[in-house]
Write a protein that binds this ligand. Sequence first.
Ligand SMILES: [Zn+2]
Length: 253
Amino acid sequence: MVEYITDDESQKVEQLNKEQEALLEAMAAMAETTTPEPTATPAPEPTKNAKPEEPDYMSMFTIEEINDEIAARIKGKSYAEDATIPLSDLRYLKIMHYGFDGKVREGEMIVNKAIAEITIEVFKELFEIAYPIQKMVLIDEYDADDELSMADNNTSAFNFRFISGTKTLSNHAMGLAIDINPLYNPYIFTDKNGNTVVQPANGQPFVNRNSNSRYFIKENDDLYCIFLKHGFTWGGDWQTKKDYQHFEYALEN
Ligand SMILES: [Zn+2]
């Protein structure tokens, strides 16, 4: 998965080179041009019809209750048979975001209704800074298998499950935790035999946080600041284990 970084960076360099070429061409063209004839009538706005209007992306962020169609998608998967949270406490969100290719796409996510609006605020701010998120579909697309979803770098929230290797309910089970670009921001902990576990397993190349990837979540970076401003805490700040992908929200009791 290191190739992702390399590909992406080479794309970026290519893009920069293209931009530079275009700029040089434009400068050359300007140098050749003689002073333009003053026109008697003001020129019409040339771009008015030529440029398609940008969609109102902010209006495309939505919050819905769990309808029958969504319920059918999640029942027996992320909404496990022993799920103790009522469906009426969950909300289905549509979230616009920028992919790794820089294109805008629509994502989906289920969270606790208590944080539905805060979550939308967070992702609107991430949208405004064009924060790259590779994939955002319900974990049910992976049969609610967290490892598969993380390995595919899928960003997700609700999943009625226990903390890996324990009998404690995860905050994801209450829809109060969100994992961002999990492949590049793996969960690293020591199991009871003293072995270091990396989840997803293919996140191993990203365990060393000193290397530089634009997809790494780091303390005080833009994404971190946006989440913390809205009251989330970060798994990368934990002491005994590190969950770099993980932000959670504590409801007041
Ligand atoms: Zn998590």
